[in-house]
Design a protein around this ligand. Sequence first.
Ligand code: SAH
Ligand code: SF4
Length: 405
Amino acid sequence: MDASRLTFIQHVQTYYLLTCKTCYNIAMTMTPIHTQKKTDLLALTLPQLQQWLTERGEAAFRARQIYSWLYQQLTSDFSLMTNLPLGLRDKLAVEASIGPMIVRSEMHSKDDRTRKILLELADGKLIESVLMLYPPLKENSGRATVCVSTQAGCAFGCTFCATGQMGFDRHLSVGEIVAQVLYFARELRASPWIAAGLPGSTPIDHITNIVLMGMGEPLHNYANVLQALRILNSSEGFNLGARHMTVSTVGLVPAIRKLSQEPLQVNLAISLHAPTDELRSQTMPVNRKYPLQELLAACQDYIAATHRQVTFEYVLLAGVNDTPEYAHLLGKLLAPLAQFAHVNCIPVNATSADYHTPGPDAIRTFRNILFEHGVRNSVRAERGDDIAAACGQLRTRFEKNISKP
Ligand code: SAH
Ligand code: SF4
């Protein structure tokens, strides 16, 4: 390990000691990285695992037992799967793995409501995942939401996005997507979370939601993403309801249409970010391929097919897309969908790009104009600013640190 990387890790370790109740080992190994040629069990559906076992002369019913170990007991070690014969446990240790990746760093925000990990994949690529914790509020129970990456880098180059500025490395495998969720599930199981200052509230000990809003474009990696969601949804395994899963897309029209036909009815979020083609094409190059009219038509068809609400994400960029004029244009654009549309206003998280977060007055005015058009909306609270929680920021910071002379 070179000196600058070591310095960064020491810096992060110091950060933990200062900020965390629970301190984590810095390069915590989930499964040794040399297992990359083995079959990653986290990539297999239950029927596929049954087939994998029968091909190796094992009884198919063992698949359910293994599934339970993986997704209910959250085990990451074959030797602990005590209801499997020793011979099978040994075979699994030789031929299979459980989401091999290394946790390069883990950071907790000062209030411990946001945790971010930087993961090194078997080929050395770096990705990020974030856990967001929400205490119970009135009649709502608490939530633990994992923000999952679906690609290393991203091909779509949105100008305000740190991941977009990295370019595209590769799609994540099914197992690499599932493993991010399991990592935080294990962490919460081992150490349930109670919000500071709310000692009497019920501890959160499991993942309640996932959002595919980490690095990458989920619908560009369609097959692997859908397979990962089916695995996490399986009632014999992790059993996370489809309504607790949200796919966020830059607006890939054919894939949105395909998603509307899937039996798995997940939530759909569209990264809109501008109400005119001219402005959208400036910040989101994908708009030149799938302009607003086509995108909105696909959303309309999605709503007709699924009868489900669509969330429109709108990153507020001060002086760029947050003016009252743009608010009116956005209101008019979405008014025909109003009953099924919700706008999520997101004050931009600072990246290296030259964009600024609007002040509270500009945000309030923008939202009120949307209400005037009958468009429901909310504002996403900023999270984890102190740990670079916007997608791609931690990897960018990490790489800058290790490349310093
Ligand atoms: N590629 C998908 C999902 C990953 S990005 C998509 O674009 O929807 C998840 C969300 O984070 C998107 O709405 C994206 O526009 C937003 N985002 C990207 N950079 C951001 C930043 N600097 N500040 C706030 N939100 C950002
Ligand atoms: Fe890619 Fe989404 Fe970032 Fe755009 S916002 S560059 S699609 S990750």
